[in-house]
Design a protein. Structure first.
Length: 270
């Protein structure tokens, strides 16, 4: 509870009495504590990670804390704990997984009126294996992001490979999602997916240079290059990737039949 005091002419202009210039209102304003939880966004190399996904051996992990309170800004690292659990094969499982702010690969930026609180963590040369990354964090009022810390697992595999999953849905009533899971120390330079008619005419080419180590998705909306929607029927697709100017080999799960010789089939059935 806060007292409110209003004073007119604080002895600037002479008056016979000043008592009637003052209004005192004890316990007039009740200030409630900030009880709303902040929101934490965690990205790996600029993307939101899927649990168990692949990550490069030199990832950039960014924590962004958003809080609705514009008056109490997060200005320090109080209430923040970051953990990175390494694979047991890389050392003792009893090693301290804590990531301290004194490390050279950790930088942080306080919240301002125009920007959120940010932590940037850039571990280097991670050995192959499965990792667990966890974060517990509080806003300036001490509110945690939730009852449980943020936690996710990821894989590091230095051997380069590209695994293509089955396009989904297939048959499709509209859009089709092509998913490629990429592992290795770096990603291919370019990728394109071309859709053909059954007589070999090229109908649509989807290309992307924004490829990451991990899960990549490209969506085809069932239309030709002009944007015109294609009729129901059977269509062919071809997936190609390049690294250093050379084609990149695609893999599919054992006994999979949806991609043979670099080509597959899609059925549109609206």
């Amino acid at each position: 509870m806060n007292d409110l005091e209003v004073f007119v002419n604080p002895r600037v202009v002479p008056e016979q009495v000043y008592e009637n210039n003052q209004l005192l209102m004890p316990d007039h304003l009740e200030v409630e504590r900030d009880v709303f939880r902040p929101v934490l966004e965690v990205t790996f190399d600029g993307r939101t990670l899927v649990d168990g996904d692949f990550v490069s051996a030199n990832p950039e992990i960014v924590l962004r804390l958003w809080d609705e309170n514009p008056y109490l800004l997060k200005k320090d690292t109080t209430g923040i704990r970051i953990f990175l659990e390494y694979p047991c094969s890389a050392g003792s499982c009893d090693d301290d997984p804590s990531v301290y702010f004194s490390r050279t690969d950790v930088t942080w930026f306080p919240a301002t009126d125009t920007s959120d609180f940010i932590v940037r963590f850039t571990p280097a040369n991670l050995p192959d294996g499965e990792y667990r990354f966890s974060v517990s964090i509080e806003d300036a009022s001490g509110n945690a992001i939730g009852f449980e810390p943020y936690s996710i697992t990821f894989l590091v595999q230095r051997e380069s490979s590209v695994l293509m999953l089955a396009p989904f849905p297939n048959p499709s009533a509209g859009s089709v999602v092509f998913t490629l899971v990429i592992s290795g120390e770096d990603h291919p330079d370019e990728m394109d997916i071309t859709v053909f008619s059954t007589d070999g005419r090229e109908l649509r080419r989807l290309s992307s240079r924004h490829i990451v180590v991990g899960t990549n998705e490209i969506v085809w909306d069932g239309s030709r290059e002009s944007g015109q929607r294609l009729p129901d029927g059977l269509y062919l697709y071809r997936v190609r990737l390049w690294r250093d100017g050379a084609p990149q080999l695609l893999k599919v799960p054992l006994h999979a039949t949806y991609l043979r010789g670099g080509y597959g089939k899609i059925v549109l059935q609206r």
